[in-house]
Design a protein around this ligand. Structure first.
Ligand code: BGC
Length: 431
């Protein structure tokens, strides 16, 4: 064996509704695409046509031996106009969940993953205070319709990426550049997460489920921030400040209900522990010489020029466990890489899982991002993250070598010498 998989680690993939489903024009990203704002001119209205091909996709997932699956429901389909809920959409998702469960795949449901229904977006989206109640009303319907089938929940995906890209850098809809809007969005998302956390638990208890049969958290995008030059005071300060503004404050506020600026006052929220597991989406490290990103010179990079830095994930796990409790399991709710030709993804998966298996950490689940290639937001169809290739013209799915490697890892509970030679040996990163 090249390495033995960490005992009990469950492996699967993660997706988001808007990125794979296709067919829905009622959300802010479909409109953004229609305005010609996606770099390669594509639209999530096409994507992977998963809303119609869901059965084929779940069958493939099962054939590949995947054990867990994190997926999202599309808010704009379920609530196409305010307070008007589509029974068709709700029962569609219920049927899909029943099917994955029947195939032995454990579902994790995401309630919000970057996209908003147009009516919600045009009322002010997450910057309006009413957002919390509106979102809760939607969660309520989802829980009533399929809550009995699902034990694991993500309330909100990456509040920091959503809020900074949409409202601070202005590169995602609604293209605002305002620190006040950013603070509002952080605050409302924190309130929404905490309220949804409570609601999900209450609902599931009322369905006769035991408290520990329900696990709720949020998918927190965490990065490593480091100064470009450790001897430079400004670089050091900017790394600290970027980390604080991007992740430290929002993480603390969402997990504990105690606000840290730029999250504004959470008056009325009881301090507590609003997570049953620590959910981490991990991709890369930022090398700072000013506020925001930067990439270290000479490092291994993916096809979007993000540094590949596997140790970062372990460092973050250790830090989060120390801060938020060793007793909480860690679920890697996303980890993956943009590799358009699947030339280094096998090595990426090998290196990351080997490190997870051979270091001290509380990781219990690994959701690789992503199952199929999909609509990668601003980059559109051009950036491929899947372990299954999608030909967008024909919608044909083809399992990549990285997908075959994951199947072999689950089957053998590690990487054998033969699989290393077959999948990893000739797979190399580029600079
Ligand atoms: C998001 C995904 C995205 C992935 C790769 C994460 O930030 O949750 O929606 O596709 O990263 O960029």
């Amino acid at each position: 064996m090249e390495f033995k998989l960490k005992e009990g680690l469950l492996i699967g993939t993660a997706t988001a509704a808007t990125q794979i489903e296709g067919g829905d024009e009622n959300n802010n990203w479909a409109r953004f695409a229609a305005q010609g704002k996606v770099d390669d001119g594509t639209t999530p209205v096409r994507a992977d046509d998963h809303y119609r091909r869901w059965k084929e996709d779940i069958d493939l997932m099962a054939e590949m031996g995947l054990q867990i699956y994190r997926f999202g429901v599309e808010w704009s389909r379920i609530e196409p106009s305010r307070n008007n809920f589509s029974q068709e959409a709700l029962s569609h998702y219920r049927t899909e969940i029943e099917y994955m469960v029947s195939k032995g795949i454990k579902p994790m449901l995401t309630l919000h993953h970057f996209t908003n229904p147009l009516w919600f977006e045009d009322m002010g989206g997450w910057t309006q205070d009413e957002a919390v109640d509106i979102f809760l009303n939607f969660c309520n319907q989802v829980l009533d319709s399929m809550g009995d089938l699902v034990e694991d929940y993500i309330t909100i995906n990456e509040p920091n990426i959503y809020s900074t890209n949409s409202l601070f850098y202005g590169i995602w809809p609604p293209e605002k550049k305002s620190i006040a809007a950013l603070a509002k969005s952080y605050t409302n998302m924190t309130r929404a997460h905490i309220a949804a956390y409570k609601l999900i638990h209450e609902k599931r208890l009322s369905m006769g489920k035991k408290r520990d049969e329900t696990r709720v958290s949020f998918a927190n995008h965490l990065r490593i921030f480091e100064p470009k030059n450790k001897g430079n005071l400004w670089h050091r300060f900017s790394a600290w400040l970027s980390e604080y503004l991007f992740q430290t404050a929002i993480t603390h506020s969402m997990m504990t209900g105690q606000s840290r600026l730029p999250v504004l006052s959470l008056k009325g929220v009881e301090p507590g522990r609003y997570y049953d597991f620590i959910g981490i989406n991990y991709y890369s490290r930022s090398t700072c010489s000013g506020i925001g990103d930067g990439v270290r010179e000479g490092c291994d990079k993916n096809d979007l020029d993000w540094e590949i830095y596997h140790e970062g994930l372990i460092r973050l796990c250790q830090k989060l466990s120390a801060t938020y409790g060793e007793e909480y399991p860690i679920f890697i709710t996303e980890n993956g890489t943009c590799d358009n030709s699947d030339s280094f993804r096998p090595r990426f998966i090998y290196d990351q899982l080997k490190l997870i298996s051979e270091t001290e950490n509380r990781i219990q689940r690994y959701y690789h991002w992503s199952f199929t290639d999909n609509f990668e937001w601003r980059e559109g169809e051009a950036a491929r993250f899947g372990i299954v290739h999608v030909d967008y013209e024909t919608q044909k799915r083809t399992v990549k070598e990285s997908g075959k490697l994951i199947t072999a890892i689950i089957r053998n509970q590690g990487v054998t010498k033969a699989d290393y030679a077959k999948f990893v040996e000739n797979s190399h990163y580029h600079k």
